[in-house]
Design a binder for this molecule. Structure first.
Ligand code: AMP
Ligand code: TRP
Length: 333
């Protein structure tokens, strides 16, 4: 095993969808054989918007079940809940004092999530990227697999680590690198090819949930927005603006492990009616086994809870060592 360390997190804020799967979880699974991996349920991040406690508890278990159902293994990766490791928030405070207001003011996700009512957004939503930096740096992660929407937060994490090193005249933190999958870094809504597929989009038709049944998946793909043109090699040309078509081709080529060119060649001249039938079969083949396994894991929450407790113990040992070293560097220990 190489000395690369991988960490990533997902907020337990609702049903995970095909975007989370292709953009993040599928890559987590691929990495666990090669690297030392930490995969975390970012439950503290989930509190940055109003959350019903009962719903949050269910979502934590559902997300843990999804990690395992997708193929993460507790004997290969450390799987745990962020809120169980106090050093994350200890380090976040220290990093709050390193990061600059101007840096946070540039974060586009805050602007999008806070919308027009910025004054009323939680402070947690504003400082969320700093907690995320603490999540990464407390395990000295070298690689962070995420979707494209997290790229700016990773850059901020590097800036914070670098300023810490400069301020305290040491090289304590290694700067972590984002690992962003090329063509599926941003899976788009099935209803609007210019908006990303998201848990919070009102219409359920906009996304494929990892718990959807066969029938629901095929209905959603049948209803997915496309255009009236046939499939041809110009779909990815900048001027084509066929965003919905591009999205469906990207999903297909990822699931089939084929290049876009090959897919476009195979379907050249065909309509989306033919294509959608095949796409639907592919999505069902990938998602239904996961959906069945999620149900199986949720049948016995004891096993899930045990996995999270064991993961927390491993994570806590490492995190406590790091925070002690950092406290010494900054003069708190
Ligand atoms: P979140 O659901 O916001 O906690 O995101 C969890 C992970 O899934 C992050 O790495 C995101 O970048 C990734 N992700 C979320 N939505 C999409 C999407 N539509 N396409 C690709 N990746 C996504
Ligand atoms: N902010 C990430 C998201 O919403 C989740 C997250 C929290 C995360 N901490 C992290 C991702 C650390 C990578 C590394 O998707």
């Amino acid at each position: 095993m190489s000395d690369k360390r991988v960490l990533s997190g997902i907020q337990p804020t609702g049903n995970l969808h095909l975007g989370n799967y292709l953009g993040a979880i599928k890559n987590f699974v691929a990495m666990q054989n090669e690297f030392k991996c930490f995969f975390m349920l970012a439950d503290l991040h989930a509190l940055t918007v109003k959350t019903d406690p009962k719903v949050l508890k269910e979502n934590i278990l559902n997300t843990a079940a999804t990690f395992l159902a997708a193929g993460l293994k507790s004997n290969k990766s450390t799987i745990f809940c962020q809120s169980q490791i106090n050093s994350h928030t200890d380090l976040a405070w220290i990093l709050n004092c390193i990061a600059r207001v101007g840096w946070l003011n540039r974060m586009t996700q805050f602007k999008e999530k806070a919308g027009s009512n910025k004054e009323n957004a939680s402070i947690g939503l504003y400082t969320y990227p700093i907690l995320m930096a603490a999540d990464i740096l407390i395990y000295k992660a070298t690689h962070v697999p995420v979707g494209d929407d997290q790229k700016q937060h990773l850059e901020l994490c590097r800036d914070i680590a670098l300023k810490f090193n400069n301020d305290y005249k040491n090289n304590y933190f290694t700067l972590p690198e984002a690992i962003i999958p090329k063509s599926v870094s941003r899976i788009m809504s099935l209803r609007n090819g210019t908006k990303k597929m998201s848990k919070s989009e009102e219409s359920d038709l906009s996304r494929i949930n990892l718990t959807d049944t066969k029938d629901v998946i095929s209905q959603k793909i049948k209803k997915a927005k496309t255009d009236n043109d046939t499939i041809n090699e110009k779909i990815f040309d900048k001027e084509s603006k066929r965003y919905e078509a591009q999205n469906l081709i990207k999903i297909y080529s990822n699931l089939k492990s084929e290049t876009h060119d090959k897919v476009l060649k195979d379907y050249n001249g065909k309509t989306f009616i033919d294509f959608k039938k095949d796409l639907s079969d592919l999505v069902i083949e990938e998602i239904i086994p996961i959906s069945n396994m999620i149900k199986k894991y949720r049948n016995d929450d004891k096993e899930l809870i045990n996995i999270l407790i064991n993961g927390s113990m491993v994570a806590n040992d490492i995190a406590e060592k790091t925070i002690f070293e950092i406290k010494k560097i900054v003069g708190l220990a």
